[in-house]
Write a protein that binds this ligand. Sequence first.
Ligand SMILES: [Zn+2]
Length: 418
Amino acid sequence: MPNALTWLFLAALGAATVTRLWLAARQIRHVSAHRNAVPASFSDSIPLAAHQKAADYTAAKTRLGMIDLVVGVVVLLAFTLGGLIQALSNEWSKVFAVGTIAHGTALLLSIVFVQALIGLPLVLYRTFGIEARFGFNRMTLKLFIADLVRQALVGLILGVPLLLAVLWLMGKMGTYWWAYVWLVWVGYSAALVMIYPALIMPLFNKFTPLTEGELAGRVARLLERCGFKSSGLFLMDGSKRSSHGNAFFTGFGAAKRIVLFDTLVSRLQPPEVEAVLAHELGHYRLHHITKQMLLSALISLAVLAVLGQLIERQWFYSGLGVGTPSHAAALALFMMVLPEFLFFVQPLTSRYSRRREYEADAYAVSHANAAELERALVKLYKDNAATLTPDPLHSAFYDSHPPAALRIARLAQMRSPS
Ligand SMILES: [Zn+2]
């Protein structure tokens, strides 16, 4: 039964979709227009062939993103106004009574399953089509399937207990169920961060402690300079899946681990790895990670409070294509529809994130060598075929990291203040 919410939802979805497609088209046009000339500041360090590969890779990924987007819109409309959530709810009501935890769990799991199934061809094409064509994919079909099975099992083992707890609280706690769910969610997320490095990540990758050699020595001295305690430096076999390189921290408190992809270590010189790590340490020392976690906790509280208001209203369900209200249907509807209403917040979060990248760069410069960081970044742009010439609007909207040219210019400035 269409109501005002139906039209509001369609308007938000329409505006977000048109904007996303427009930005993607701009990105492809901009990158292609600059395909034949390496920007002046990179002309010494990046050959034309590498620049052209980056342009083609970016265009291919963006084009796939557009298909992904259109499929996503069709799926979203099918689930909501098309009545698919209602149809699944009806099917499960033949097995479990509507409103029970069993019915809710079955409904939500079947929605996740259908979504994953529809998304699978695109994931396959991304990995074995695009990533393989540009020489990044190292994954075999066998590993892909093994990953899929492992991810599904881990998802079920970690997700089902949470789902049961949430549905139980929704049924038992009355008007303020959302406050209880929030507490469980925050505790659950914190626990997940703690068990992830030691229990989950080793299911997918091998971690080898790095204790000897020039790099280990440099990292140890860097950590000391920065006053950072960790429970170890590990090399991860990222090359098993992809040739893209990375470095990151995991864990909390004294259980913090530093993880370097083997692909990063094989491409960069030890002083360059040190500079990249100094940037990552910057995120940590400047409390970016803690702030991020606090912010997501606050946002999830606000989101749950809004859902707490909507869940009792008949118009919320009927306006979005669900005839039989239930807690599980409300959760599903809300999770699916909310991103469309929040789409235009994206440039703000991207901007915030870019500012933190500059801050981490400044930290790296004061604790390691700026020229090494510059060299490392240029190598990474080149090896990962990251475009040096993104469309400025596309970048402002989505990019969590500053565009290459601006970031390198800022580093050069910090290196020789004048
Ligand atoms: Zn960063």
